[in-house]
Design a protein around this ligand. Structure first.
Ligand code: ZN
Length: 332
């Protein structure tokens, strides 16, 4: 074997190294994940300095460097590096970072930080859908506010949640939107598409005969939803108490529908915020977002929503009347 061969991944390196053999990333602390990533980078550098593995791995997850990675990015960086170490001849592909084909108008979401192919089976960090290897996944950038404006940054999302969830919303997308606004103790903001879906959902079944609707009639809300659709409005806000009525009316109408489990989960957390079954100390956590986060985190009945946490900022359509702003601040 000549020296030249070594430049093409031959020699000791061609056996491949399994950095993550027997390692359960979920069980490791962030510090241990960082150690493991540093060890993997050093392993790659010991064999070959170029191309710079820090840059290669960072670009593969849509970043410029590997400083200050959160848990979601540490996991993805480790999977990228592991795949490269196992098959040194296949360099990690850079994530796509521009020129995305996005819907326009009130259904538009911001440009993601980057989009890449999933390496492993996983679930979407927002809707919980199954993502297969080879499917697109991506992340949004944090808000331009310190600490992400108090919101939690979601992990890697499926293609629907990155691009289409506001243009072609599914019922579960609207339920998830309700949940994060309620966790944030704010009114629920919906665009014209989401208002249309909710209007149909509320009027097609028996929601109007539910005890929740009878106690807190939703006729005025229906009118606002219909107006949003007619006028293609970017944002229509539904007040907190009305939002809870809407959810209870929907549950009455379709106790066994395909989205019944998620709807039940949202209402379970709403009830726990009211009843505080774990006796979370109000003196320490107040009555706002931090209290709700703590009740969610310590729930005796964990759900997809409690596992993912929040509140996530799920974006609102730029509204010319509001100066086109995209960001909002949690109320606490
Ligand atoms: Zn998703």
């Amino acid at each position: 074997m000549s020296d030249d061969d070594d430049d093409f991944g031959q020699g000791t390196f061609d056996l491949g190294i399994d950095l993550l053999l027997g390692v359960d990333l979920n069980s490791l602390s962030d510090a241990r994940l960082r150690d493991l990533l540093a060890r993997g980078i050093a392993t790659r550098q010991a064999v070959r300095q170029k191309p710079d593995p820090v840059k290669k791995v960072a670009r593969a997850i849509g970043l410029n460097d590997l400083a200050d990675l959160d848990r979601h990015d540490l996991h993805e960086a480790l999977h990228v590096l592991d795949a490269w170490l196992q098959d040194p001849s296949t360099e990690p592909a850079p994530a796509q970072r521009s020129r995305f084909d996005r819907p326009s108008g009130v259904g538009q979401l911001p440009v993601p930080r980057g989009v890449k192919k999933a390496l492993l089976p996983q679930t979407c960090g927002l809707c919980g859908d199954t993502v297969k290897p080879g499917d697109d996944i991506g992340r949004f950038r944090p808000l331009k506010k310190p600490g992400n404006g108090g919101f939690v940054l979601p992990g890697w999302l499926c293609r629907h949640c990155l691009f289409d969830r506001r243009e072609s919303p599914r019922r579960r997308d609207v339920l998830i939107r309700f949940f994060h606004h309620l966790l944030n103790t704010s009114a629920v903001g919906l665009n014209a598409r989401e208002c249309g879906l909710l209007h149909t959902w509320l009027t097609n079944g028996t929601a109007a005969s539910s005890p929740a609707w009878k106690a807190d009639p939703l006729h005025a809300t229906l009118v606002r939803l219909a107006t949003s659709v007619d006028e293609d409005k970017p944002n229509t806000w539904i007040a907190l108490p009305t939002s809870t009525t809407v959810l209870r009316a929907l549950q009455f109408a379709e106790p066994d529908g395909p989205d019944a489990i998620l709807l039940g989960d949202v209402l379970q957390h709403v009830e726990e915020w009211d009843t505080n079954p774990q006796n979370v100390e109000r003196r320490r956590y107040g009555t706002g977002v931090r209290f709700r986060q703590e009740v969610l985190r310590t729930t005796p009945r964990p759900t997809l929503l409690s596992r993912l946490g929040g509140p996530f900022f799920l974006h609102k359509a730029p509204d010319p009347a509001e100066g086109g702003t995209e960001e909002e601040t949690p109320q606490d």
